[in-house]
Design a protein around this ligand. Structure first.
Ligand code: TXA
Ligand code: MG
Length: 326
């Protein structure tokens, strides 16, 4: 994406709004964010209010480059430098010990801060011109499906977020990989496009999955990224059976399948590659959800490491007991 004269004017408006303490819609390569000046506690409070997000769930601070890490982290371990050099700008968030002057509201009262440099030309230009960090969670209401287009953000927040920078459809489509570097060993708290093998090639062994003492990751609640429609995740062999049983019950059923439709049952088909599937997943879930069916049956992806991030999001979309959905 090349930036033109219109973009320059829109960026100037966005920066003026951020300086006034307002919240804007921000494109990134993963999903759209709701961004505010990370040093302005009142502005950040507006994000929590808009999202309906509990105050103890920390936000990621987006920065223009790894050179800004010391403005937020009290120490920048060697592993952080290596990962930033290998993957930034890109879909990787690093959890580091925070500096004392990072506003409490950004970090949800924890002693760590999440940092990421996004690989999107509009976001990067904005960050460079703005100069400071932007606190930005995904631009969806808490627990709901993340937005991968500017229209998704407008659908979700309307007039409440008047400035949404339109950076087109998000290239990755699912949220960044989160790696906690604040403990003894590096640990993946949220899987994403950058997988364990890629991380290990740069810093050696990496553990997986949050522990009791791990920093809180709201995307790690059992139910998250969830459609309104009751959603089930099933292997293809059981999908047809299940769909037929639902249909016999008089239910209106939709199917999200991989590579091929499931008989004549209506729904959507996504490609048989984790990158392409991840790119289209949230838009597909939104579209299917809008059809207000009684039930959505999702074909489970292959149990392979390259599908881990997609499987993680699908499992949360299908978990029907929201733990903390307001
Ligand atoms: O790709 C992404 O990461 C997108 C784009 C907008 O950058 N952002 C995103 O933000 O997904 P959000 O707030 O929806 O999810 C960020 C996750 C949350 O689960 C939060 O709990 C976790 O990062 N997080 C942020 N700071 C943290 C910290 N200090 N310790 C542990 N987890 C943290
Ligand atoms: Mg989110």
């Amino acid at each position: 994406m090349k930036l033109g004269a219109d973009d320059a004017a829109r960026l100037a408006d966005a920066i003026a709004a951020l300086r006034r303490g307002e919240v804007i819609g921000l494109p990134t390569e993963t999903v759209y964010g709701l961004a505010a000046d990370a040093r302005n506690a009142e502005a950040v409070a507006n994000i929590f209010q808009l999202k309906g997000r509990p105050a103890d769930h920390p936000l990621i601070v987006h920065i223009a480059d790894a050179g800004q890490l010391p403005q937020w982290a009290s120490e920048v371990p060697e592993m952080a430098r290596k990962l930033a050099a290998a993957f930034w700008p890109g879909p990787l968030t690093l959890i580091l010990k925070k500096r004392a002057d990072v506003p409490e509201i950004v970090t949800g009262g924890q002693d760590t801060v999440g940092l990421r440099c996004p690989a999107h030309p509009l976001a990067l230009t904005l960050l460079r011109q703005f100069g400071g960090g932007l606190a930005a969670p995904s631009a969806n209401r808490f627990g709901r499906i993340s937005p991968t287009s500017a229209q998704h953000v407008r659908d979700e927040f309307g007039d409440k977020v008047p400035i949404v920078l339109d950076g087109g459809d998000c290239e990755v489509g699912i949220e960044s990989t989160i790696v906690d570097l604040s403990g003894h060993i590096p640990r993946i708290l949220r899987p994403g496009r950058i997988g364990k093998p890629e991380l290990e090639a740069v810093i050696g062994p990496v553990a997986e999955g949050a522990q009791a003492q791990s920093p809180r990751v709201s995307g790690s609640l059992q139910s998250h990224y969830a459609p309104h429609t009751r959603t089930e995740l099933l292997p293809r062999a059981r999908l047809i059976e299940r769909a037929q049983a639902c249909l016999q019950n008089g239910e209106n059923v939709l199917v999200l399948s991989i590579a091929h439709p499931v008989g004549t049952i209506p729904g959507l088909v996504l490609a048989d590659s984790p990158e392409s599937y991840g790119h289209d997943l949230y838009a597909a879930l939104r579209e299917l959800d809008a059809r207000r069916a009684d039930r959505l049956l999702v074909e489970s992806p292959p149990l392979r490491t390259d599908w881990v991030a997609v499987l993680d999001r699908l499992s949360r979309a299908a978990a029907d007991t929201p733990e903390e959905d307001p």
